[in-house]
Design a protein around this ligand. Structure first.
Ligand SMILES: [Zn+2]
Ligand SMILES: [Zn+2]
Length: 197
């Protein structure tokens, strides 16, 4: 056996070992990836279930509203636990919307109601936030579920208190969102999303 052959034999052996090592690594990578994907799928399914539960809860709270135009419910959630709820209405103890607009016809009274509502009613999201402020509940990094898409006023306030995910069900035709706010949300990973029933 000459030297060249010896080198070739050693090289062949090394390549074989490298191939075997690569194949083994590939297999290990696949096992790890499959496991990760399974865990991600399970986490997504759990999140979907939780989203439904919290949105259903927001729906239930909406039924408490006395507003003749929109009945909106909100739930603030942190670490998969409800920390606050709210629905739209006047300050506690005050006259309610349905006592003012007794026979409400949307086509006739919508503008009059909007004016009255702006002056006297608190949106569901704000009522949930106010509850937290009143009771010293931290909401940094929380999620809010709202049955109706937040208006621009609520949205900027939700961002300011540190809410990181905003979930709603019904689009709101008067929700005009600022491009500056949208850009700020993208830059700071603040998610707003609609979930289907
Ligand atoms: Zn109202
Ligand atoms: Zn609002």
């Amino acid at each position: 056996m000459n030297n060249k052959n010896m080198v070739e034999i050693v090289m062949d052996d090394m390549n074989k070992k490298t191939d075997a090592a690569l194949k083994k690594q590939e297999k290990l990578d696949k096992i790890v990836m499959d496991d990760m994907n399974k865990k991600t799928d399970a986490a997504l399914k759990k999140q979907e279930k939780l989203d439904k539960i919290f949105m259903n809860t927001a729906d239930q709270f909406a039924t408490l509203s006395h507003c003749v135009s929109h009945q909106v419910g909100s739930v603030i959630v942190k670490d998969d636990r409800i920390i606050a709820t709210g629905y739209n209405g006047t300050p506690m103890g005050m006259v309610n919307c349905d006592q003012i607009f007794v026979e409400y016809k949307p086509e006739e009274y919508r503008e009059a109601h909007t004016e009255w509502s702006n002056a006297n009613e608190i949106h569901a999201e704000m009522n949930a936030l106010i509850f937290c402020a009143k009771n010293g509940i931290k909401i940094e990094n929380a999620t809010i579920y709202s049955t109706v898409q937040p208006c621009q006023h609520c949205l900027k306030n939700l961002i300011q208190v540190g809410i990181k995910r905003i979930v709603y069900k019904i689009p709101y035709d008067k929700a005009v969102h600022s491009i500056f706010l949208t850009k700020h949300m993208q830059k700071n990973n603040i998610i707003i999303e609609q979930i289907k029933e």
